[in-house]
Structure formats: structure tokens, C-alpha cells
Design a protein around this ligand. Structure first.
Ligand code: GDP
Ligand code: IMO
Ligand code: MG
Length: 413
């Protein structure tokens, strides 16, 4: 058995799906362990573009088994819609797609609550995807949640729905409405029920690939709280989000060559100028789930070192390097000035991070189009120097470089 994890090491959208797609050819199982359809994972294959929200990206490879672990929150209606879209493109789910019974269900009331919280000017506005993620995880922790396995026991499901609906002060008559809605999807989902912990831990002859969603700076504990998502996006989330009881052999941290963020919250290296706009346009930085323009900024090595530590990463996949072609100089943030103090520790408080003034080093850029390069030493020397500087600061090696969205636009070192 071997196990590999692909984890976003920033605020999401680091091109995790592209790297999962590249590594999935050697995997038997591709597993999501947290998050829900707030994720938007894009894979480009020739003239086709696939955007995954809940289905693991490995489904594109025929014969790979894709799993949704206990830590994921599932909107069953959105899941079926996503599956229908993929089936229409010839992708089969039969006997190769399974969901753990412990995964929590996102109910319509969760989406409604998410939307209301975002619209309420008295609450901290996070800029969520409004997919019901926060309210669903809250109910799970409060022990009011409905789990995937509950869908298949009508009597128990009714009791659980009464419980959660009372808890949220919704009219009790809503129970039959929700029940009826859920019953429309239950039979379609029944074939996918499987105890994932047994499947993974007994997979002696299988290669497992864990597909992270979001990024470490959005982790509910280690991210820029409260401007985070509600799940454990870091490597620790793998154990609790799947029941995999072994050490993951290889943790690949995904860092993009500049930083982006969607939604609210501190972002020290954010560029509000023409350079930020240029990165947004060259990198096509618009959200895969909500279409929102992504905030863009310089590479933040303070944050990268922190997320690399939190995840215990073994190596880095460095993505979207091609987007930086054509800049005279590139900046890397190596420390923050907060008040009178210069630090290279990532603050635990979003309030402190909000005050952080990035301290930059500046490196020369390159002009060449690098999208066709397949060997590391063929990259422009300044691109190699840019990567070497980041490796030096983070003390980790870049082993994969992505120079375009296609599978082939990947350099292995
Ligand atoms: P994820 O959520 O981490 O999987 O990332 P997204 O799919 O939300 O965003 C990454 C975007 O960058 C997608 O549109 C990818 O097709 C695209 N992409 C991936 N790798 C590269 C790359 O190396 N260069 C460029 N230009 N685009 C890339
Ligand atoms: P992938 O997997 C980027 C952000 C939202 C918001 C915060 C909380 O594609 O990298 P939520 O709906 O989760 O309660 O929103 O988290 N967010 C993401 N940003 N990529 C994602 O996923 C994200 N999923 C959530 O914009 O700031
Ligand atoms: Mg994304």
C-alpha cells in the first residue's frame, strides 16, 4: 500500500485538481476527506474542461475508485446534478464511487442559514460560497446533523429531521417537506453507501490518493480565523475525514507561484494595482464555484513556511508558474512588520495579520513563454532562481512544476 495526499497550502485554488489528475494515474483510490461543494476543482483535458465540486477528480480515469469520506459534507441534490453532468460526458460511477455513511448531509435549511448569515450586516461577513457548509458542520458538531447513512432508514431519519428542525425553530410541518425532497434522491444514492474506513485500511495492495479541498489558510483552526471555511483542510483532516489509521507516506503541498484569495479576510501581499489585475487576467483568476474575481498578490513565504509546517509536507508542487512570465521583477514576502516588530511567524490572529506590512525581496522576472517546457533545466534561469529562493526559505523541495492547465504541462524533477 502507498498513500499520497495533495493539499492546498494557501487560501484554495492552488490547482490541486490539476496535480491530483497528474498523480491519479498511479492511484487506485482517490479520496475526498473534507469540505463540500464549496470546492471548485478544474481539470483541462484537451478541448474539454471539467469542474468538480464533490466528486473526486480521479473519476476522469476509467477504473479508478473514487471515495467520499466521513469528513465531507454532501448536498445530495448538488451531488446528483454533478454526477448527471459527468455521466452525460460518458463517465461511469458504477462500482467505482462510494460514500461513507458518516458523511454529513447539507440540507436546504443549511444553505438558507448560510445565505442569511452572509446577508446580516450585524454578523462577521466571511464571503462564503453560500453552499451551507458552515451551518452543516456546526450542526454536525452540535450533534443535530443528518448523516448519509441516515437517509436509508426512514423512521430514524424522520426523528433526526424533527430534532434538527426544532433546534433551528423551523415549523415542524417542514419535516414532511424535507423528507419528501430527500426521498426523491435516496434510491439513486443507495448503491454508493460503503464503510470507507474498512476499504482504506484493508487496501494492502492499493495506492491511495487523498484530494484536499480549500487550503490550509482556510483551515477552521489553523487558518485566518474567522475568515476560514468550517473544515480541517490540513493533513490532520485526513485521519478524521476518512478513518485512515496509518501515516500518509507522501504529502504534496500545492503552492501557486503567486497568492490568491476569494472572499473576505486578511491577505498581506494583496495587490490592489495594475500588477494584481494583470495576474488576475493572465491567470484567469475567477472562482470555479462562484465566478467571483479572485484577489491576487505576491508569493507569501511566511504563510508558505507556516502551512508547510502545519501539514508536515514532504515536497512542493509549484503551480501556475507560466502566469508570472512577462514581469520585470517579482516580489516574495519574507517577513511581516506588525507594529514595531519584524517577524517571520504567521500570526494566530486575523486582526494581527490585517496589520501586517509585508517585507519583500525582489527578484528579476523572465519574458519567455514557458507553457511548452517539459524539463526543469530548460526553464528560464530567473524562473529557476525564483523557485530556488522559495525552496531556500521554506526548506522544502519543489518536485513538480506546473506551467499550464493541461496534464502534459507538468515538469517532474
Ligand atoms: P483547485 O481548486 O486547487 O483545484 O484549483 P482551481 O481549479 O479552482 O483553479 C486552478 C485554475 O488554474 C484552473 O482553472 C486550472 O485549469 C488552472 N491551472 C492549473 N494549473 C495551471 C498552470 O500551471 N498554469 C495555468 N495557467 N493554469 C493552470
Ligand atoms: P477549492 O477546493 C477558494 C472560501 C470562501 C470563503 C471561505 C468560507 O476550490 O480550493 P465556505 O463556503 O467554505 O463557508 O466559505 O472559504 N472558500 C474557498 N476559496 N477555494 C475553495 O475551494 C474555497 N472553498 C471555500 O470564498 O472565503
Ligand atoms: Mg478551486
Amino acid at each position: 500500500m502507498s498513500s499520497t495526499a495533495v493539499l492546498g497550502c494557501a487560501w484554495g485554488d492552488e490547482a490541486k485538481a490539476k496535480i491530483v489528475d497528474v498523480l491519479a494515474k498511479d492511484a487506485d483510490y482517490v479520496v475526498r476527506f473534507q469540505g463540500g461543494n464549496n470546492a471548485g476543482h478544474t481539470i483541462k483535458l484537451k478541448d474539454k474542461k471539467f469542474v468538480f465540486h464533490l466528486v473526486p477528480s480521479g473519476i476522469l480515469y476509467p477504473g479508478k475508485t473514487c471515495l467520499i469520506g466521513s469528513g465531507v459534507v454532501i448536498d445530495p441534490f448538488q451531488l446528483l446534478a454533478e454526477m448527471d453532468g459527468l455521466k452525460a460526458q460518458g463517465i461511469s460511477f458504477e462500482n467505482r464511487f462510494f460514500i461513507d455513511p458518516r458523511a454529513q448531509i447539507v440540507l436546504p435549511l443549511h444553505c438558507e442559514l448560510d445565505g442569511k448569515a452572509e446577508a446580516d450586516s450585524k454578523q462577521t461577513n466571511i464571503g462564503t460560497t453560500k453552499r451551507g457548509i458552515g451551518p452543516c458542520y456546526s450542526d454536525a458538531i452540535a450533534r443535530y446533523g443528518i448523516r448519509f447513512g441516515d437517509l436509508f432508514d426512514k423512521k430514524y431519519l424522520t426523528e433526526r429531521l424533527e430534532n434538527i428542525i426544532r433546534y433551528h425553530n423551523y415549523p415542524i410541518s417542514d419535516v414532511s417537506i424535507v423528507l419528501e425532497k430527500l426521498e426523491q434522491v435516496t434510491e439513486q444514492l443507495r448503491p454508493f453507501l460503503k464503510q470507507i474506513p474498512y476499504l482504506l485500511n484493508e487496501a494492502d495492495d492499493k495506492n491511495i490518493l487523498f484530494e484536499g479541498a480549500q487550503g490550509t489558510l482556510l483551515d477552521v483552526t489553523f487558518g485566518t480565523y474567522p475568515f476560514v471555511t468550517s473544515s480541517h483542510t490540513s493533513s490532520g483532516g485526513i485521519a478524521i475525514g476518512t478513518g485512515f489509521g496509518k501515516k500518509v507516506d507522501r504529502i504534496v503541498g500545492i503552492l501557486k507561484s503567486y497568492y490568491t484569495r476569494v472572499g473576505k479576510g486578511p491577505f498581506p501581499t494583496e495587490l490592489h494595482d495594475e500588477i494584481g489585475n494583470r495576474i488576475r487576467i493572465q491567470g484567469n483568476e475567477f472562482g470555479s464555484t462562484t465566478g467571483r474575481p479572485r484577489r491576487c498578490g505576491w508569493f507569501d513565504a511566511v504563510a508558505a513556511k507556516y502551512t508547510s509546517m502545519i501539514n508536515g509536507i514532504d515536497e512542493i508542487a509549484f503551480t501556475l508558474l507560466d502566469v508570472l512570465s512577462g514581469f520585470d521583477t517579482l516580489k516574495i514576502c519574507t517577513a511581516y512588520k506588525i507594529g514595531d516588530i519584524i517577524t517571520n511567524e504567521f500570526p494566530h490572529s486575523a486582526k494581527d495579520l490585517e496589520q501586517a506590512i509585508p517585507q519583500y525581496i525582489e527578484l528579476p522576472g523572465w519574458n519567455d513563454d514557458i507553457t511548452g517546457i517539459t524539463e526543469y533545466n530548460k526553464l528560464p534561469i530567473n524562473a529557476q532562481k525564483y523557485i530556488a529562493k522559495i525552496e531556500e526559505i521554506i526548506s522544502k523541495n519543489v518536485t513538480i512544476v506546473s506551467v499550464g492547465p493541461e496534464r502534459g504541462q507538468t515538469i517532474f524533477r
